[in-house]
Structure formats: structure tokens, C-alpha cells
Design a protein around this ligand. Structure first.
Ligand code: HEM
Length: 370
């Protein structure tokens, strides 16, 4: 699907969380000037200036009451830049500016999101160009933000193709069609990681940027920073293979990641966790057939399913390579990724993706009767 039609599809969704241009445009806390100064404050590790800026930006209850969802998302985005910056320099932001705590709670409630900024605030809802919010101002930070921005519309679109798939059986031609459209969208993940590998050095990520994504304490609850790991690729995995197949580590990673996602994605997870996956439906149909040659429609479904699993595998293999470099003993500052899991998780998810692809590919081979 062309980029413009994917964007049309996203804009057609009426929820305020998809009104990306409006959210990017909004500056409800008049934070543009302080955000422009943020990279310099961070370079100087100027905790007093960061604290004063967060205090100045923190809105009072009256101001919050005037904000609609779009304004609340933009406000959380801007406060978030100062939360992560303070934490990077060793200061718990809610301890330094106690007045921000109820504000985070209220903005979270108003937007049906966690009470802190997420990857969506930091990338998709972050204006590009002169008003771009950045911790470091380094072009590599901008490239990483772009890498996530470029997958958001496609992941929104997979919500529809995956929802459709959950209601279909592999004998139906629509099954392969929904898989093919899902595959087109998942390809954006491959482009995204290629863009990252080409423009972001693992050492810059690990030693300069990663510290800004540390967990902060929000009223006694540890909340992760705006990690790319929160990008909800899990919703595609759930539909294709994960919902009813083994893989306890990935299952608990998904459970921990779901709260950081948008309400419609959380609803998708609640509806479909434990439902039959596409791989299970196909395997059941193939073994029930038990004949030498599969009906052509079943073969077409298997080919389409294998293709999208292969695309996921390609993303994961390239992603694993850069992640392994950033978290190697010589380079890393932290044991765990900014999404709360170690790099070994990526190896196990890559293996599971590959195993499922192999299973599906085998099912299309002609079998000899017993
Ligand atoms: C320098 C670049 C990157 C590094 C070092 C990196 C590292 C990691 C690590 C260590 C994890 C494990 C979970 C965790 O973070 O706690 C992870 C997960 C993940 N990351 Fe990245 N990442 C990078 C860029 C990206 C980009 C650009 C995307 C896509 C937009 C992305 C998407 C994901 C996803 C979807 C997961 C969940 C696991 C999976 O689906 O395989 N990452 N990443």
C-alpha cells in the first residue's frame, strides 16, 4: 500500500489519538522555547535548570481542565522530555518536582494512557523540524525518532488486517488476502530497522541516548521510558502465532508492554489473547486434510502466512544484530533494554518466529501417504 493511502487510513480513524498533525502542532504548555534549550541543558548536565524548567511547565489544575485529548497528549509529550532528562542525570523527576505527580496522573486519565510519556509521545506525536523535541539534538536521535514514526501508520493499519484475520479460516480466500495486506504493512518494520542501521551507531544509542529512556518512579510505580520496544509488533505476532503457542518469556514481555500502548491496541490484546492463532488454524486444517496434495486455497493461505512470518524474521534478524552490538559487554551501560528486557529476549523471539515460519513452509510440501 502506498504511504499516502496508509496515512489516509490512519486519518480516517476518528479517535483523537490518531489526530497526529494536530497533536504535533499543539503547544499547550508554551514549551517550545524550553524544549529548544533542552539539548544544551542536557549537555551541561544542568539539573537545577532542568528542575526549574519542569516546574515552570507543570500546569495547574485549572489549566489541565481546559485541555482536550489532543492538548493532553502534547502536554504529556513535553513534560516527558524533562522527566527523562532529569532521570538521565540521576534525579527522580517526581521527587524533584512533586507538583508534577498529580498532573501525570490526570493527563494519563484524560488520554487513557499510562501516567508518563511513551514512545508515541516521543516520536509520532513529536513535531518534526524546528519544533522537534530531542534530548540530545544529535542527528542520530532524529533518525531513531524517524525510524519509529515511519512504522506507526502501518501498525495502525495492521490492527484492521489482523482483526479481520482473527475471524477467518484458512479455506477462505480472504485469509490469504488479509495476510498479504498484513505483510505489506510489516515491511515498514524492515525499512525502519534498515534506516536505523544505516544512520544510528550502536555506541551512540547505548552510551548517549539509552540513559534518557530509564524507568522513573511515578507514585511508587516504576514506569519505563519511551522505548522503541513499545512499538506494538506483538499484535501481529499474537494474530499470526503467539496467542496460543509456547514462549513464556515473550508472553510476559507482551503483558508488560501492553499498558504502554494505545487503548485500541490494548482492547485488541484483551479480545484475542488465548484465541487460535493463524498458524494453529492452518496446522489444524492441514492435518485434517491428511491427503497427498492440499486444496489450492489452503496452499495459498500457507504461502501467504509463511511470507509474512519471513518478513517478521527479516526485521528481527537485522534488529537483533544492532541490539547485540549496543548491548555487548564492551559497549553497554545497562543490562536490560529500555523496554525492560535483556537482549536475549530478542534471540528467543527471533527463534520462535523462525520456527513458526519453518512449520508453515513444511505444511505446503507434498506429503507421501502412509
Ligand atoms: C539502536 C537501535 C535499537 C536497539 C539497540 C534496540 C534494542 C532493543 C532491545 C534490547 C530490545 C529488548 C526489549 C527491551 O528493549 O527491553 C528491543 C525490543 C524491541 N525493539 Fe528495538 N532496538 C533498536 C531500535 C528499534 C527500532 C528502530 C524499532 C522499530 C521501530 C525497534 C522495535 C523493537 C520491538 C518491536 C521490540 C520488541 C521485541 C520484538 O518484537 O522483537 N527497535 N529492542
Amino acid at each position: 500500500m502506498s504511504v499516502s493511502s496508509v496515512h489516509d487510513l490512519v486519518t480516517r480513524r476518528r479517535e483523537p489519538l490518531y489526530r497526529i498533525a494536530e497533536i504535533c502542532e499543539a503547544d499547550p504548555l508554551a514549551a517550545d522555547a524550553l524544549c529548544r534549550m533542552l539539548p544544551a541543558m542536557n549537555r551541561a548536565a544542568d539539573v537545577p535548570a532542568l528542575t526549574a524548567a519542569l516546574r515552570e511547565l507543570t500546569p495547574d489544575a485549572e489549566r489541565i481542565a481546559t485541555l482536550n485529548t489532543v492538548g493532553s497528549l502534547a502536554a504529556m509529550r513535553d513534560l516527558g522530555m524533562f522527566l527523562g532528562s532529569l532521570k538521565r542525570h540521576g534525579t527522580e523527576p517526581c521527587a524533584a518536582v512533586p507538583g508534577v505527580l498529580p498532573v501525570l496522573g490526570e493527563l494519563g486519565r484524560r488520554t487513557a494512557m499510562v501516567p508518563r510519556d511513551t514512545v508515541h509521545h516521543y516520536t509520532t506525536w513529536n513535531p518534526a523540524g524546528r519544533r522537534q523535541r530531542m534530548y540530545t539534538g544529535d542527528p542520530m536521535e532524529g533518525c531513531l525518532q524517524d525510524a519509529v514514526r515511519m512504522v506507526f501508520p502501518d501498525l495502525v493499519a495492521t490492527l484492521d488486517t489482523c482483526e479481520e484475520l482473527t475471524g477467518l479460516e484458512p479455506y477462505d480466500p480472504a485469509f490469504a488476502h488479509a495476510l498479504d495486506r498484513t505483510d505489506e504493512h510489516v515491511r515498514a518494520m524492515v525499512d525502519s530497522i534498515d534506516h536505523t542501521v544505516a544512520h544510528v551507531s550502536p555506541v551512540y544509542f547505548a552510551q548517549v541516548l539509552r540513559p534518557y529512556f530509564e524507568e522513573i518512579d511515578v507514585g511508587g510505580c516504576g514506569l519505563l521510558g519511551p522505548a522503541a520496544a513499545q512499538v506494538p509488533l506483538w499484535l501481529v505476532d499474537m494474530t499470526l502465532w503467539q496467542s496460543d503457542r509456547p514462549g513464556a518469556r515473550y508472553a510476559s514481555f507482551i503483558d508488560e508492554s501492553v499498558p504502554y500502548s494505545l487503548p485500541s491496541w490494548r482492547a485488541f490484546h484483551a479480545r484475542h489473547a488465548g484465541s487460535p492463532s493463524a498458524v494453529s488454524k492452518l496446522s489444524a486444517a492441514v492435518s485434517w486434510e491428511g491427503m497427498e496434495r492440499l486444496p489450492p486455497q489452503l496452499t495459498a493461505s500457507a504461502v501467504s502466512l509463511a511470507r509474512v512470518l519471513r518478513t517478521l524474521k527479516t526485521f528481527r534478524a537485522r534488529h537483533f544484530t544492532i541490539a547485540r552490538k549496543a548491548y555487548s559487554d564492551e559497549v553497554r551501560l545497562y543490562e536490560k533494554g529500555s523496554g525492560g528486557a535483556p537482549v536475549e529476549l530478542l534471540r528467543s523471539v527471533l527463534d520462535l518466529t523462525r520456527d513458526n515460519e519453518t512449520l508453515v513452509r513444511r505444511s505446503t510440501r507434498p506429503r507421501t501417504s502412509a
